[in-house]
Write a protein that binds this ligand. Structure first.
Ligand code: PGA
Length: 248
């Protein structure tokens, strides 16, 4: 059985002042019955990790380099994120795939780096609008899963996030049936490839999740939580989503 996870991705948002949201969130959810993760920009990682010590909130990175150290100006390694207090790292977010040309092979290499640092990889997959309209959603997601998730994935080291690119930051959300179809297919492929471990890997939905639609989304089979962008920036919104996941 996969654990439930509410994960927030602050993207390139947040300064020291934003840490007040974390204090409020921790206060409102001292003992949630699901995992809670915030992935702030790298500049805030260690400060956020310090702030959340002794709370139920975990800290994560938004990306890492595939190497553990070296001459890679501007990059950070999984080891550095672990050292800063992180427990998870998002890899293969569609914004990284689009802005930085990351391929499935790059994402698999980064995932192995995350594991080598002893952390959990949150591996993102999802189709573009053109791919959905061409009826290619299942094939695209299957290809990304096959290429981005290395052998050795299990429920302790890997979370999958299904994020339709066209639903990210747009307010558009697939129908519950559409979400169900993709999540069922992902679960099927994970158990076919990894056996029982495939049942233990949480599958998150991401893309315009808000307090107002979270209850419905979390009722869908094989949706074990959410990866949340915009609505993770405010404690009240993200807290509403955590409360939905706790009820699910
Ligand atoms: P959104 O972003 O919640 O703002 O749509 C989701 C994501 O990119 O993880």
């Amino acid at each position: 059985m996969a654990r439930k996870l509410a994960a927030g991705n602050w993207k390139m948002n947040g300064t020291n002042a934003s840490l007040a949201e974390i204090t409020a969130l921790a206060k409102a959810h001292p003992d949630p019955n699901c995992d809670v993760l915030i992935c702030p920009p790298a500049t805030l990682l260690s400060r956020l990790a310090e702030k959340t010590t002794g709370t139920a909130i975990k800290t994560g990175g938004q990306d890492c380099h595939a190497a553990s150290s070296g001459a890679h100006t501007g990059d950070i390694s999984a080891e550095m994120i672990a050292d800063a207090g992180g427990s998870h790292i998002i890899v293969g977010h569609s914004e990284r795939r689009a802005d930085h040309g990351e391929t499935d092979a790059d994402i698999a290499a980064k995932t192995r780096a995350v594991w080598n640092a002893g952390l959990v990889a949150v591996i993102c997959v999802g189709e573009t609008l053109a791919e959905r309209e061409a009826g290619q959603t299942i094939d695209i997601v299957a290809g990304q899963l096959a290429g981005s998730v290395p052998n050795g994935a299990n429920g302790d080291n890997t979370v999958i996030a299904y994020e339709p690119v066209w639903a990210i930051g747009t307010g558009k959300v697939p129908t519950l049936d559409e979400i169900a179809a993709v999540h069922a297919d992902i679960r099927d492929r994970l158990t076919t490839r990894f056996g029982d471990a495939g049942n233990d890997m949480p599958i998150l939905y991401g893309g315009s999740v808000k307090p107002s639609n979270a209850d419905d989304i979390f009722r869908v089979a094989d949706v074990d939580g959410a990866l949340v962008g915009g609505a993770s920036l405010k404690a009240e919104d993200f807290g509403g989503i955590i409360a939905s996941l706790e009820r699910a």
